[in-house]
Design a binder for this molecule. Structure first.
Ligand SMILES: CC(C)(COP(=O)(O)OP(=O)(O)OC[C@H]1O[C@@H](n2cnc3c(N)ncnc32)[C@H](O)[C@@H]1OP(=O)(O)O)[C@@H](O)C(=O)NCCC(=O)NCCS
Length: 164
């Protein structure tokens, strides 16, 4: 996890570092701590094997402890945040905001004009994060997220315009 061309230093003690397939185990571990139904390592491999998919870790200095992650896909002029999370113990410190800034920078540099994501309807922390970052709701998908108890929750599709 060296600071290479994909690395962006951010304020305080966090580094946002682009990572690849060797980091799948840590990505899956973080994901499982952030979501009830975590992506498996196989899910990450399948996703990251695509040439238009990029993953980042948020690393806490000085030891580069992984505390957050994000996966983004860019397809032609649209980009999509596939997953994003920050460990509970490190929330409300602006780490997700910094990950979103990285997503926006990458999407813009790939000439994307819009950034999309899906968020569970009842996930108020994430919806608050995205609203504050300039996203607005453009759709709703009923029964989108299965829950471990067999129920399901709707997804809200959000979009941020990247032009101008
Ligand atoms: C949603 C999540 C990624 C936010 O990460 P974070 O690093 O704590 O977010 P930030 O500190 O960058 O917060 C940025 C802004 O988002 C909003 N926000 C974040 N957490 C919030 C909460 N619990 N309640 C209300 N607003 C919240 C606030 O506007 C916040 O700005 P502020 O702290 O200046 O008020 C984190 O809570 C998480 O990992 N949740 C579980 C996984 C998840 O839901 N991922 C998103 C799926 S789409």
């Amino acid at each position: 996890m060296t600071g290479g061309p994909g690395s962006v230093p951010v304020p305080a003690t966090i580094l946002i570092d682009q990572v690849g397939l060797p980091h799948v185990p840590v990505l899956a571990t973080l994901h499982a701590q952030c979501f009830q139904l975590g992506w498996t390592e196989a899910s990450f491999v399948q996703s990251m094997a695509q040439p238009n998919v990029v993953a980042w870790l948020a690393l806490l200095e000085p030891d580069r402890e992984p505390v957050g992650f994000m996966v983004v896909r860019v397809v032609e002029d649209e980009a999509e945040i596939l997953t994003l999370g920050v460990l509970r113990s490190h929330r409300r410190r602006g780490i997700a905001r910094q990950l979103l800034a990285q997503a926006t920078a990458r999407a813009s540099s790939a000439s994307a004009v819009a950034l999309f994501l899906e968020v569970a309807e009842g996930n108020e922390p994430a919806r608050g994060l995205y609203r504050k970052a300039g996203f607005h709701a453009v759709g709703r998908r009923a029964n989108y997220y299965p829950s471990p108890d067999g129920s399901s929750e709707a997804a809200i599709v959000m979009r941020r315009d990247l032009r101008a």
